[in-house]
Write a protein that binds this ligand. Structure first.
Ligand code: KG4
Ligand code: ZN
Length: 336
């Protein structure tokens, strides 16, 4: 069965995947570097690229094996070329280009944000017009998906991304990196009260589809000296209140954008879309408003190569390939 092999090394996950040309994801695997970077409280670029080099070849072998195909079945090689950390992007891109030269097959440069954007469509027969919400550690964006490759950015964050804000607040609370999933877990396990603290919701009347999360961060910073964080329930209440402030704004602006642009499908992706409260709040709001909600599967929310391979298949079907001279671009815009 013809397939595309894709690599993703834009940040701190080394990932490889095989997607069949009919859109079926045959294998998607990754090696997470979270344990390595946790000791530094964030990602150290050189450490990340050194780790990518050691993991990328075994991952390629593992996904070919799991998909039950050989290199002769691979019709093209794809890799994330941006946005991301240059030193990390270069590892996956160089590997994919090397394979495409050795096997004399085309290469496809894939935009990491496009891969997130299309990830809710994995497993569906077609990509339909939709309002995309991408919420990750590096980006918060509302995107109008007209068709594959035809996107308009409707809103973006003016400062921190949603995941970045959650990670920074979690750090202030003394929680390990990455803090987003920790906050989610604490709220669930300890039934934190989302109304316990009043944190700000930035609504930006002059640009209602843009986001700002820096005020939330500052507000938490000023609140912390006034509370006894070790007292029973305080940590869970702080986490729940912060999470609710982020979720409320994300849901409100997503619905507003879908209605304004008359889009009936909402497609949500990126690491923060794993958040259980966000998933529940979106499900409730979309049901109320009669919108179709597509949530990326949890293993396709955080960085992975499955979404890259899937995007590459859709691009390849349009007849699109990239020259081997195509460079990585740390700021590659989705609508470029
Ligand atoms: O998409 P992703 O893996 O990487 C980027 O491209 O940025 O997203 C990582 C982000 C981190 O900020 C992490 O804290 C957040 O996703 N995240 C979550 C959850 N799982 C991951 N945030 C809230 N709740 C979660 N369950
Ligand atoms: Zn990402």
């Amino acid at each position: 069965m013809p397939a595309i092999l894709a690599l993703e090394t834009s940040c701190d996950e080394t990932a490889a995947a095989v997607c069949l040309l009919d859109g079926t994801l045959a294998s998607s695997r990754l090696h997470s570097q979270i344990a390595i970077h946790r000791q530094y409280g964030g990602i150290v670029p050189e450490v990340a690229s050194r780790s990518h080099i050691t993991k990328v070849k075994p991952l390629v072998e593992a996904v070919l094996d799991e998909a039950g195909i050989g290199l002769s079945d691979v019709v093209a090689y794809a890799a994330t070329c941006g946005p991301g950390l240059v030193s990390s992007l270069l590892i996956g891109t160089s590997m994919a280009k090397a394979l495409s030269v050795a096997e004399n097959k085309p290469f496809l440069a894939i935009n990491h944000m496009e891969a997130h954007l299309l990830s809710p469509f994995v497993g569906l027969p077609e990509i339909t017009p939709a309002l995309g919400l991408i919420v990750s550690g590096g980006h918060t964006m509302l995107v109008k998906v007209k068709a594959v490759g035809d996107y308009a950015i409707l809103g973006r964050t003016r400062d921190d991304a949603a995941g970045e804000a959650l990670d920074k607040v979690a750090r202030m609370l003394g929680l390990p990196y990455p803090g987003g999933p920790e906050i989610d877990r604490i709220v669930r396990e300890q039934s934190g009260d989302p109304k316990a603290f009043e944190f700000p919701r930035s609504r930006l009347p002059d640009a209602p589809l843009d986001f700002s999360f820096s005020g939330l961060k500052t507000s938490v910073l000023y609140t912390l000296p006034k509370v006894e964080i070790q007292a029973p329930g305080v940590m869970a209440n702080l986490c729940a209140s912060v999470q609710e402030a982020v979720v409320e704004v994300l849901v409100e602006k997503t619905l507003h954008a879908a209605q304004q642009h008359k889009l009936e499908t909402v497609a949500v992706s990126g690491g923060v879309s794993c958040n259980s409260r966000l998933r529940a709040a979106l499900a409730e709001a979309c049901e109320r408003e009669g919108l179709r909600l597509l949530l990326a599967k949890p293993h396709l929310c955080t960085d992975n190569a499955g979404m890259v391979a899937f995007t590459a298949v859709h691009r390849f079907r349009q007849g699109k390939t990239s020259p081997l001279t195509q460079e990585v671009d740390p700021h590659w815009r989705l609508d470029a």
